[in-house]
Design a protein around this ligand. Structure first.
Ligand code: ATP
Ligand SMILES: Cc1cn([C@H]2C[C@H](O)[C@@H](COP(=O)(O)O)O2)c(=O)[nH]c1=O
Length: 209
């Protein structure tokens, strides 16, 4: 079977996580082997790097380097082997999050991030990228309301709405740079309608009927 690599992106609280397991179940019901994973994280080493990046104060370059170090380990240990097996890989965030959060939110140099992307995601001669990125779009104020009281906020979730406006602008910039890869999901709808949009986006690529 041909592998499929789908990433899920959006500002914190946009509602993407609720749909990843449901999509995994749809693919499994269609007979596909599915690897569900997340970034930063997905391997023991990358989960340790996640704990530092999400909790410890640090400058933007340090943060970006931790994200890319975690990504390299995750790519080599989990994503590349799963794609080689022909799995469907569903990943809760990938490199677009680095451009959005460190590039947009932290206003770190976009060109340096592009250089790191080229270095970290190259395996043999191929640059590994998702086949499709589902971008959950929600106003940062609504996302903050949804998150309020839902869980103890980490370093990113504690940022002000202005930070998330820059993150959203970072995602928009990435989506303009990769229009074929991105599918925008209107996350400001009841959960079932968001889910229906997710399924339609995947069906449009002919990966599900
Ligand atoms: N369509 C929806 N309408 C209202 N509330 C929602 C909707 N989808 C999710 N939520 C709620 O919003 C909160 C955030 O959802 P969720 O954790 O799925 O977001 P997320 O995008 O994965 O966030 P993060 O990236 O920070 O983990 C949760 O409390 C969830 O129950
Ligand atoms: C991959 C990646 C993630 N982040 C941020 C985005 C979120 O605030 C957290 C991850 O938490 P989630 O509940 O699992 O979504 O990390 C980032 O800043 N840069 C990245 O590359």
């Amino acid at each position: 079977m041909t592998s499929v690599f789908i990433s899920f992106e959006g500002i914190d609280g946009a509602g993407k996580s609720s749909h990843i397991e449901s999509l995994a179940d749809r693919f499994r019901a269609a007979g596909r082997a599915v690897t569900v994973t997340r970034e930063p994280g997905g391997t023991p080493l990358a989960e340790k790097l996640r704990a530092m990046a999400l909790n410890d104060p640090m400058d933007a370059l340090t943060e970006a380097l931790l994200m890319f170090a975690a990504r390299r380990d995750h790519l080599v240990q989990v994503i590349a082997p799963a794609l080689a097996r022909g799995d469907v890989v569903l990943c809760d965030r990938f490199t677009d999050a680095t451009f959005a959060y460190q590039g947009g939110g932290r206003e770190f140099d976009w060109n340096v991030l592009s250089q790191l992307e080229q270095m970290v995601q190259r395996l043999d001669i191929e640059l590994v990228q998702p086949d499709m990125t589902l971008l959950f779009v929600l106003d940062p104020r609504v996302a903050a309301e949804r998150l309020a009281g839902a869980r103890v906020p980490d370093k990113f979730e504690s940022q002000p709405v202005e930070f998330f406006r820059r993150v959203a602008a970072g995602y928009d910039r990435r989506a303009h740079q990769h229009p074929q890869r991105f599918s925008r999901i209107d996350a400001d709808q009841p959960r079932l309608e968001v889910w229906n949009e997710v399924v339609r986006a995947v069906q449009a690529r002919k990966w599900l009927t």
